[in-house]
Design a protein around this ligand. Structure first.
Ligand code: CA
Length: 235
C-alpha cells in the first residue's frame, strides 16, 4: 500500500485530505507540524509522497522540504500554499518539491496529483533498479526537449515550467508523435487506470499546456485537436 504523509497544522484541512486519501486506498500518516513529520519519517517504511503545507508553526514547509531532500530524492513532495504567490511556487520547486497547489484546491485534484506522483516515484525506483541512472534521460521532439531528470520542458532552449500532470502528458505525446490519442487513453496513461475523473480534466490540462507551449494557444501547431476523439502531437 502506498504511504502518504500529510503535514498541516489546521486539523480540519488535514483530516479532510487524510480521509479522502484513505478512501482512495492510501496508508496515511498525519503530522500537525514539521517536527512531527520529521519524527514520522525517521523510522519505519519510507513514504511515497509527502503533502506539505507551507504555513506551519515552528519550522515552515520550505525548511521541512529542504530537510527531507537532504535525506531523500525518492519521496514525492507536493507543497500547499495559502497564497497564490509565484515566488512561493518558484521557491518550493527550486528546493526540490515536485508539485505545488494553491489553497483552496479541490480534493479530487490533490488525489490526482498524489496518484500521478506515486506512479512516477514507483517508475523512477523501478528504472533505477533495472538499468541504472542513465534510464532517466531526455526525450527530444522537434524544437522541444523533455528533461526527465529535472522534469523541465525546453522549447528552443527556453525552460517551461510544467506540473507533474502536464509533464506526463508531454511524455505520452513524445512517445507517440503524430499519433491520435483518444482522451480516455491520455486519462489512463497519466492519472492511472483506477482514476474515476472525467475526461474533461484532460481538456483542462491540454488548455493549460497550450497556454504554456504554443505561440498562439487559440491556433495550436503542436497539440492538435482530433475532433470527437482526442489529441495528436506535432513536433
Ligand atoms: Ca497551515
Amino acid at each position: 500500500m502506498r504511504r502518504v504523509l500529510v503535514v498541516e497544522d489546521e486539523a480540519a484541512i488535514r483530516e479532510v485530505i487524510a480521509l479522502n486519501l484513505r478512501m482512495a486506498g492510501y496508508d496515511v500518516t498525519e503530522a500537525p507540524s514539521a517536527e512531527a513529520a520529521l519524527a514520522a519519517m525517521s523510522g519505519g517504511v519510507p513514504f511515497d509522497v509527502a503533502v506539505l503545507d507551507i504555513m506551519l508553526p515552528g519550522m515552515n514547509g520550505f525548511s521541512l522540504c529542504e530537510n527531507i531532500r537532504r535525506d531523500s530524492d525518492s519521496v514525492g513532495i507536493i507543497m500547499l500554499s495559502a497564497k497564490s504567490q509565484e515566488d512561493d511556487k518558484i521557491r518550493g520547486l527550486s528546493i526540490g518539491a515536485d508539485d505545488y497547489m494553491t489553497k483552496p484546491f479541490s480534493v479530487s485534484e490533490l488525489l490526482a496529483r498524489v496518484d500521478a506522483l506515486c506512479r512516477r516515484v514507483a517508475r523512477a525506483a523501478g528504472s533505477n533498479a533495472e538499468s541504472g541512472p542513465e534510464a532517466e534521460g531526455r526525450m527530444v521532439s522537434g524544437s522541444f526537449v523533455l528533461d526527465q531528470k529535472s522534469r523541465i520542458l525546453y522549447k528552443n532552449g527556453q525552460p517551461i515550467d510544467l506540473t507533474q500532470v502536464e509533464f506526463q502528458i508531454m511524455e505520452l505525446f513524445f512517445a507517440n508523435p503524430g499519433v491520435a490519442l483518444v482522451r480516455e487513453k491520455i486519462l489512463e496513461g497519466v492519472w492511472g487506470e483506477n482514476y474515476y475523473g472525467d475526461v474533461k480534466i484532460v481538456d483542462v490540462n491540454i488548455r493549460r499546456l497550450r497556454m504554456k507551449i504554443e505561440d498562439e494557444p487559440s491556433a495550436p501547431r503542436h497539440i492538435m485537436t482530433v475532433w470527437g476523439y482526442g489529441y495528436r502531437w506535432n513536433s
